[in-house]
Structure formats: structure tokens, C-alpha cells
Design a protein around this ligand. Structure first.
Ligand code: ADP
Ligand code: MG
Length: 325
């Protein structure tokens, strides 16, 4: 079986004949005047069966909002498809709708339509599909394919908290109560970087939201842009709670590689010419978003994670692939 991205390239990209589909190599499509994106959430894959449904609803909106954020777009509305498990209770649907309502207000989006069905198979998981539309910023659409050799590489926020959250929720790691809550909250409820994404449109040469993992998503930019990317492991921004976990690991480089491969961060990874350093700093200040420079774009291909003495660190699991590659 091929990997997720090979499947997309082989079977679906040939169907994406509109140039605004960008050959299915970007976070969102451009059907002028709209930017459109879809994400599907499946119980047992993207959320756990006992996760509160208002939070699941918010996550379904926010992962899509995050794609729009990376493209610098302003969200407008969404279409919702739900396949509920057999025997679903009305209270569950009410909880789900309450979550949608709260986030609609927060992010100023409206439900536009959709479809509601119930599984015909016993035990089949709740499946949610959101298609979201937004308007491009006046700075234009920040594509994945614009990174140039010599550009800087930046990321917003912190990396690894959500991945540690999933591990804490599944009992793989046992952080202190405070850290566990912080990690779990980041896993359950991403905070899409809409303000920063909008401010970066016209400044960034390329951008992607970090859903698969920092290294995997850097590889998506590198591949689509036809460049190589070097990331300095020690520059990757890590929360103080994640630093406690990191400091307890025996192999520090391997542990950073682990954090950079986890995914679900929903930060924005982007590149920009060195001449824009001051403007990028301003964009971070104006939108109150931490933005850290973590690497460099080079000629060539592939992504390298470099140790403090500039040696490549082996990163066995570089990110998430639904077909397990
Ligand atoms: P993201 O993580 O930004 O949502 P994905 O990694 O899920 O993006 O998908 C990569 C690209 O492939 C995107 O352009 C997406 O629109 C496209 N894609 C994925 N699955 C399908 C599909 N079944 N049909 C059409 N396009 C798809
Ligand atoms: Mg994306």
C-alpha cells in the first residue's frame, strides 16, 4: 500500500484540473474569490471516544480554520457533514452544536449547510467533515510553493505540546497534573493562528499549518517549493512544560526529533526572505504571536534537523501519514 500522499498524488491530483486546486499540493484551494479547505475527523483517529463533543466540534472547525490561517485567509463560513453512530442520543448532538455555536462566535463564521446521517453499521465511529471557506487577505494567498534558497524558516507558538497531550491522555507518559492539562488542552483544542497568518500574507514566501508534524510539514514546503530546509533542533520553540519532559529524556536530540515529528500543533511554519526579518518581527508583535526563526532554506531537497554542532539528527518518525508510511 502506498503512503497517504502517494495515494492523493496518484488518484486524486489528476482529478484536480482547476488551477486553483494547486495540484492538491497546498493546504487550501483558491476558487476565486474564495479559499476553500476540508478536513475530516474520525472518532478513534482524530479524537477519542470519550472526548467531550463540544470540544470535538470546536476541533473540527479549528483544524480547518488553521488551514485558512496558513494561507492568510479570513474565515467566512462552512458546510458540515456528520455521520453519527447508530443509536446516538440527542443530547450528544446538542453538546456538539453548542461547541459549534461557541466557536462560531469566537471566529465569526457561520454554518452554511451540510448533511446529517446515521451509520448503518453497529459500532461505526462518529465521522465529521467540515468544508470551510474564507476570503484571501489583501496581501494575497500564501502558497506552499514559494520558499527560495536563502530564506529564513520560522514557526509560531510552541511545538510538541499537543503530541505530548495525546501521549498523556493515552497513558504513554505521566506528566504532573498541571502539565497534563496543558498538553491535553492543546491536543483537544487547537488555536488557529488567524491573526498571524493574515499579517504574514505578502511577507512570507511560503507557509503551511503544522498538522502532520514540524518535520513532515517542513518536508511538504521543501518538496512543493523544490528546495531543502535545515532546522536547528535547539531553536525549535518548546513550552516550559514540554521542556520538563525534554530534560527528563536520556537522548536530548532524539527527544527533540520526537517532538518535531508528533503533529497536531496547528502552528504556522513559514519561510520569508532575510530582508523581511524586521517586518516578520513586527507581524508577531502586532498580532501578539510568538514567532521564532528556526532554520534556513537551501538549494537541494529534503529536510534536515541539525544538532547544536550542526550534525544531522536522525529523525525516524518524521510525521503522520494515515496509510502508515
Ligand atoms: P492539510 O493537512 O493541510 O489539510 P492534507 O495533508 O490533508 O492537507 O492533504 C494534502 C492535499 O491533498 C491537500 O491539497 C488536500 O486538499 C488534498 N486532498 C487530500 N485528500 C483528498 C481527497 N480525497 N480528494 C481531493 N483532495 C484531497
Ligand atoms: Mg494544512
Amino acid at each position: 500500500m502506498s503512503g497517504e500522499f502517494d495515494i492523493i498524488a496518484k488518484y486524486f491530483a489528476p482529478l484536480a484540473t482547476d488551477e486553483g486546486a494547486f495540484g492538491l499540493t497546498d493546504d487550501a484551494a483558491f476558487i476565486a474569490p474564495f479559499i476553500a479547505t476540508k478536513d475530516v475527523l474520525v472518532e478513534g483517529v482524530h479524537f477519542r471516544s470519550n472526548d467531550p463533543l463540544d470540544l470535538v466540534a470546536k476541533k473540527a472547525l479549528r483544524v480547518n480554520l488553521s488551514d485558512l490561517a496558513a494561507k492568510g485567509a479570513k474565515p467566512a463560513g462552512y458546510l458540515l457533514g456528520c455521520v453519527w453512530p447508530m443509536g446516538v442520543k440527542e443530547e450528544a448532538i446538542a453538546d456538539f452544536a453548542r461547541g459549534l455555536g461557541e466557536d462560531q462566535e469566537l471566529f465569526r463564521v457561520s454554518l452554511l449547510g451540510g448533511d446529517t446521517t446515521v451509520h448503518g453499521l453497529k459500532g461505526a465511529p462518529l465521522t465529521i467533515s467540515v468544508t470551510m471557506f474564507g476570503a484571501p487577505s489583501s496581501g494575497g494567498v500564501t502558497r506552499r510553493n514559494g520558499a527560495q534558497a536563502g530564506d529564513d524558516v520560522y514557526v509560531t507558538g510552541t511545538i510538541g505540546d499537543a503530541g505530548l497531550g495525546l501521549r498523556a491522555l493515552t497513558g504513554v507518559i505521566k506528566p504532573a497534573a498541571g502539565a497534563k492539562k496543558l498538553f491535553a488542552d492543546r491536543y483537544r483544542l487547537p488555536a488557529p493562528r488567524l491573526a498571524a497568518g493574515g499579517a504574514l500574507a505578502g511577507l512570507a514566501s511560503s507557509a503551511i499549518d503544522v498538522s502532520d508534524g514540524l518535520l513532515a510539514d517542513a518536508a511538504h514546503i521543501a518538496e512543493t517549493s523544490g528546495v531543502a530546509i535545515d532546522i536547528a533542533a535547539e531553536k525549535i520553540p518548546i513550552s516550559s512544560a514540554a521542556r520538563v519532559w525534554l530534560d527528563a529524556q536520556t537522548n536530548r536530540n532524539a527527544a527533540i526529533a520526537d517532538l518535531a515529528g508528533m503533529g497536531d500543533d496547528y502552528e504556522i511554519l513559514f519561510t520569508a526572505p532575510q530582508s523581511r526579518r524586521r517586518s516578520i518581527e513586527m507581524a508577531g508583535q502586532v498580532t501578539k504571536t510568538p514567532i521564532i526563526r528556526i532554520g534556513t532554506v537551501l538549494r537541494g531537497k529534503g529536510v534536515r534537523l541539525l544538532s547544536e554542532n550542526a550534525r544531522p539528527i536522525d529523525a525516524p518518525k518524521r510525521g503522520w501519514d494515515h496509510f502508515g508510511r
